[in-house]
Design a binder for this molecule. Structure first.
Ligand code: CP3
Length: 341
């Protein structure tokens, strides 16, 4: 199927574009009343994510309501632990919670490498329905968590400020850590390939907890596995977003991927220098900038665009959009990017 709007894919590959494409991390859900209406019709996030027709509906909402240049499939990074044998719950207002965690070799033995098609058939089905309904209007982005971030949740069992259990494991059980990271990596490659076979046009890896590792551990326990995934998944362009990994930008420039996501702490000119000219950069407006007035949101967006001007760029925030942001301000952000030349 030919895409009517392929700006995102062309920008990712470094081809010329008429204007900068724009989408938002975490655009599906959270901020839209239309999302909450669908979510309130079911028992909660997990039922919504596991009902392909509804997952497809909320995936497309931001395309219709906000005018973004891409859809991102509605799911979560934590479907991988579940598919490996470690189920999660989503606790209202608190976030993910795992009844069981991995703390020993015996726990590891109970896990398996996930097969993307069979173990995650509900995501694959949602992708197929979404592709049909989008009818080529915009590209569909698939995604997965980076192995380190998934590992952090599987060891910790929930969100955490420090992820100290997960980081302790890297020091006390490095061999066990590598075994689990390799299982997550193999599962993720299977999963991304299944997403691509079902129709996603680009994939993004979210390393949300990159920034809590020291540089040597980041290289050994995270980048090594991201690099394996980038080398294995060759069918579509790849984006690597490693939140807080300012210290690893030079190495990320050497990954076998097209796009590197920047968070809002990373200077744009400095990042370009470290990463090099041969990657597209994605980002990186401070998500809190959207709390401003329309004039302020526009000014902050232009300031960001000016710094990327003339280089390979996909406009986005520096992390996911905050749940209490007014959708009207998201529209100001998007419209400002679309009008910019
Ligand atoms: O980007 C999109 O809009 C697509 C859907 C998407 C979700 N989660 C849906 C979701 C994506 C890409 C994610 C990624 C994700 N999930 C990450 C990486 C990105 C990041 O923010 O760093 C992480 C760390 C998670 C784990 C997770 N899922 C947490 C910590 C939480 C609770 C807090 C929160 O962010 O809302 C979730 C729940 C979740 N994932 C919701 C949604 C729409 C909210 C659930 C609800 O509707 O109650």
């Amino acid at each position: 199927m030919n895409l009517k709007n392929d700006l995102l894919l062309r920008a990712a590959k470094g081809e010329t574009v008429e204007r900068t494409p724009v989408w938002l991390m975490r655009q599906a859900g959270r901020i839209l009343p239309e999302y909450r209406a669908v979510r309130n019709s079911v028992s909660g996030f997990i039922e919504l994510a596991q009902t392909p027709e509804l997952a497809a509906e909320v995936t497309i909402q931001p395309v219709d309501l906000l005018g973004v240049d891409a859809a991102i499939i509605f799911s979560d990074i934590l479907v991988i632990p579940e598919a490996m044998g470690l189920p999660y719950e989503m606790v209202e207002k608190r976030g993910p919670w795992f009844p069981n965690v991995v703390s020993s070799a015996a726990d590891l033995k109970k896990l398996r490498i996930a097969d993307g098609v069979d173990d995650l058939s509900y995501v694959i089905e949602a992708i197929k329905i979404t592709k049909k309904a989008l009818n080529g209007r915009v590209p569909l982005i698939g995604f997965a968590g980076a192995p380190w971030t998934i590992f952090a949740y599987m060891i910790e069992g929930s969100g955490s400020k420090t992820f100290s259990k997960a980081r302790a494991m890297l020091y006390t059980e490095p061999a066990l850590s590598h075994q689990l990271l390799q299982m997550i990596t193999d599962s993720t490659i299977n999963y991304l390939k299944a997403q691509i076979a079902a129709g996603v046009n680009l994939v993004q890896l979210f390393d949300s907890w990159a920034g809590i590792l020291p540089p040597n551990h980041y290289e050994e326990f995270s980048l090594k596995y991201i690099s394996q995934i980038c080398d294995a998944v060759t069918e579509v362009p790849k984006t690597v977003f490693a939140k807080g990994a300012f210290f690893a930008r030079e190495q990320m420039g050497k990954l076998n991927c097209e796009t590197i996501g920047l968070d809002w702490n990373m200077g744009i000119a400095e990042s370009r220098k470290m990463i090099g000219a041969n990657k597209t950069l994605q980002g990186n407006l401070d998500p809190a900038a959207l709390y401003g007035s329309p004039k302020e949101v526009e000014a902050a967006t232009v300031l960001m665009l000016d710094q990327f001007k003339g280089t390979r760029h996909i406009a986005n925030l520096g992390h996911g959009v905050y749940p209490d942001i007014n959708p009207e301000m998201v529209k100001v952000f998007i419209e400002t990017v679309k009008a910019y030349r």
